[in-house]
Design a protein around this ligand. Structure first.
Ligand code: C5P
Length: 253
């Protein structure tokens, strides 16, 4: 059936629908599977997905991810792959066993690596019989500033470097990039409406800034054009995660 939507974006839209258009992704930044399980149960129905990163994966591996499968919540595997194309492709192919809807690679891994990542994500779809997992690029880590870029030999202005890497990611068929709330407007302009923007650095009104320097509220980030909001401590360090998530969700309506 011709839906009038480009095939790749059709898949993104279908995935958004499986998330029931709830753009909140809770960053489960713990090594403790039991703590992760309790939190996921508390947040059930109030968030669209969870993010598991290096901390969780290094401690628990693929089996740890499988142990959370019974919660039936979409998993964003944020391992920021960065290696030669063959190794990244094989790592992505190996995610077929752990059912993830989205994952990350470093755009500085270059064109061949990103293309190999997308090809591998298609192989995952063939192996699992499910929709292709989204492959999202990391441009410049938000922990780096202009001086840090200089030190690693990048002379470009930081914002231009982010836009340049996002353009490269898009030309390699990546589905989107991770970006700070303050990069959304520029990247929407560069990469269009169909590019997925995964946005951390989100702080609901009145919550602690923690170590995040440049934040926006969930509603502000969505209004600027975020696709998914990655929210950690405001959800995980609160007395009542479910109420907090519901309040955030209501603020988006
Ligand atoms: O607790 P908080 O909401 O600050 O957590 C944000 C999550 O997003 C963490 O898992 C953090 O590692 C991740 N992240 C980020 N900034 C980036 C990329 C990822 O805060 N640029």
């Amino acid at each position: 059936m011709d839906t009038g939507v480009k095939p790749e974006y059709d898949k993104i839209i279908r995935y958004s629908m499986t998330l029931n258009y709830n753009p909140i992704i809770c960053a489960i930044d713990t090594t403790d599977i039991d703590a992760a399980s309790v939190l996921i149960e508390q947040l059930r129905g109030s968030i669209g997905a969870i993010k598991l990163g290096l901390e969780f994966f290094t401690a628990n591996g693929a089996n740890g991810v499988r142990l959370l499968e019974h919660h039936q919540i979409p998993v964003f595997l944020d391992l920021k792959f960065h290696d030669i194309p063959n190794t990244v492709a094989k790592a992505i192919k190996a995610t077929a066993g752990i059912n993830t809807f989205m994952m990350t690679v470093h755009t500085s891994g270059g064109r061949a690596m990103m293309q190999a990542a997308i090809d591998a994500s298609m192989e995952v779809a063939t192996l699992t019989g499910k929709a292709r997992p989204l492959v999202i690029g990391v441009t410049v880590l938000t922990s780096l500033d202009q001086a840090d870029l200089h030190m690693i030999g990048i002379k470009e202005n930081l914002n231009d470097e982010v836009a340049r890497l996002a353009d490269l990611a898009q030309s390699c068929r990546l589905d989107g990039v991770v970006c700070s709330p303050y990069e959304i407007t520029n990247l929407r302009k560069h990469c269009g409406q169909d590019f997925t923007l995964v946005v951390p650095g989100i702080r609901p009104e009145g919550s602690a800034q923690d170590d995040q320097k440049r934040t926006l509220t969930p509603a502000e980030a969505m209004k600027k054009g975020a696709t998914y909001l990655v929210i950690g401590r405001p959800l995980t360090q609160t007395q009542n995660p479910r109420d907090t998530a519901q309040t955030i969700l209501n603020s988006l309506k």
